[in-house]
Design a protein around this ligand. Structure first.
Ligand SMILES: *Cc1c(COP(=O)(O)O)cnc(C)c1O
Length: 455
């Protein structure tokens, strides 16, 4: 199985995506802009499928919409057989625009509102991933009101440590997600008499990114024991689905993540007899598919020296790409056009070539945390140079924000030598479009403010 890689490469010192010069894209639509490779997205989806096929397993692969929610991207993944993993009413809206079969969608989230649940029931969402007893009761009553029978899986918390960032650890006992293994057993006892919800599966998501297949094996092994215990509690209950979530690593640095075959083996091996007996495996990959399929292009506005430090100030920072500020995430950054001696041999913090300059790559916002990369060794850069921030396809645009009244970036999809704008850059008018005063009729102080005291 070849390692995950992508379609961004230097040709004659110029960074290209599927043969298209990134500098041409920046000239056409300006910066900041996200550029995605269609080929990389689809290859990653197909490699994941192939890795599980080698384990004689045919999982339903539900792409995690929150990682890269652009509808045009979702449409293309759906056309290549992906289902979708949604976590909100907004993502349900996107899923519908993408034309996905709702039966191939799973809906997770700890705080689903009544409106969101009702909309998902009416849309015919395939599987609700239930996070608590209270949510289960609510789903049951909303489903009977809608005269529907919902299918659901209980999210369990297998209490394994994926050894990732504290903010992205989701399968430990003390996180807010899912219910622990003891509660899960009691949960199924209580769910037995409920007619409007068929509780037919289990769901888990241990964290992201998880660079080690071992925690998956451990979590799945514990889950299989739980399935055995629950099935022995209730004669006649057979689990139909197991959703093991996402979190598969992406190569933020060259060669960083394990081969997909290792993840597939770790997950499929403990399930072998269950999948042979008809259990459907569900996966929810996000970053593994999208991260290396996208780069963020920014332009250098100024360079400046401050004490010992050299700052490269770009036209976007934590507004366009929040991960470095939020998680201290590493993204490889390199100029999109370089002299031949500066073509990087790989992507990583340890790239060392003669003549590199130590610098901090920062954004223009009024926050010290507004950086894209700290203490980086880069080829000398100057005002006007274009920089590519790599592995930014997942949780890049989806976490972009308008802080400092920064319009959201544009997005471009490259496919077979052709570049398509899939989201136009926001204008200043977009920024203020919702800021219109409208007095709320029927809402006011119970004791009217006397005319003489009004401000
Ligand atoms: C965020 C999330 C995913 C996707 O995680 P990746 O690291 O992008 O693969 C999958 N499932 C659930 C429940 C999530 O919260």
């Amino acid at each position: 199985m070849p390692r995950a890689m992508d379609a961004f490469e230097y040709r004659d010192g110029a960074l290209t995506c599927e043969g298209v010069l990134l500098s041409d894209i920046a000239d056409a639509v300006g910066t900041p802009v996200y550029v995605y490779s269609h080929r990389t997205l689809i290859e990653h989806l197909e490699r994941l499928r192939a890795a599980f096929a080698l384990q004689a397993t045919d999982p339903l692969i539900c792409f995690s919409v929150k990682s890269l929610p652009n509808v045009e991207i979702l449409k293309r993944l759906v056309a290549h057989g992906a289902g979708l993993d949604i976590v909100s009413g907004g993502e349900l809206h996107r899923a519908r625009l993408a034309g996905v079969d709702p039966a191939r969608c799973v809906y997770a989230g700890v705080g689903k509102t009544d409106d969101e649940i009702s909309a998902a029931l009416r849309a015919g969402i395939g599987l609700f991933n239930i996070e608590s007893e209270a949510e289960f009761e609510n789903l049951a009553s909303l489903a009977s009101r809608e005269r529907k029978i919902a299918r659901a899986a209980l999210r369990i918390n297998p209490d394994v440590d994926p050894r990732t960032h504290r903010y992205t650890t989701t399968g430990k006992r003390e996180t807010k997600f899912g219910v622990d293994l003891d509660r899960a057993r009691a949960f199924f006892r209580a769910a037995d008499g409920v007619e409007s919800v068929r509780l037919t599966g289990l769901h888990l998501h241990i964290g992201s990114p998880v660079y080690d297949p071992a925690p998956y094996r451990e979590a799945v092994t514990r889950t299989v024991s739980l399935m055995d215990a629950i099935e022995s509690d209730h004669r006649g209950r057979i689990f139909e689905t197991l959703d093991v979530g996402g979190g598969f690593g992406a190569d933020y640095e060259t060669g960083q993540s394990p081969a997909l075959a290792e993840y597939a083996e770790a997950i499929a091996a403990p399930l072998r007899s269950r999948t042979a007996a008809g259990l459907r495996l569900i996966l929810e990959p996000g970053r593994m598919i999208a991260a290396n399929a996208g780069v963020l292009l920014v332009r250098v506005v100024y360079t400046k020296q401050s004490g010992e430090r050299q700052f490269v100030i770009c036209d976007a920072g934590m507004n366009a790409l929040l991960r470095p500020a939020l998680y201290s995430a590493f993204h490889f950054i390199w100029p999109a056009e370089v002299a031949p001696a500066f073509v990087p041999p790989r992507r990583g913090r340890d790239v060392d070539l003669p003549g590199l300059v130590l610098c901090d790559v920062v954004g223009p916002l009024c926050e010290s945390g507004d950086f894209l990369g700290e203490a980086r060794r880069l080829p000398p850069v100057a005002r006007g140079d274009l920089l590519a921030v790599h592995a930014a396809g997942a949780y890049g645009m989806s976490m972009a924000n308008r802080y400092n009244s920064s319009p959201l970036p544009a997005e471009v999809l490259v496919r077979d030598g052709e570049a398509t704008l899939i989201r136009s850059r926001e204008s200043f008018a977009d920024l203020t479009a919702h800021e219109r005063a409208a007095v709320l009729d029927g809402v006011g102080a119970r004791d009217p403010v006397p005319a003489g005291e009004r401000s």
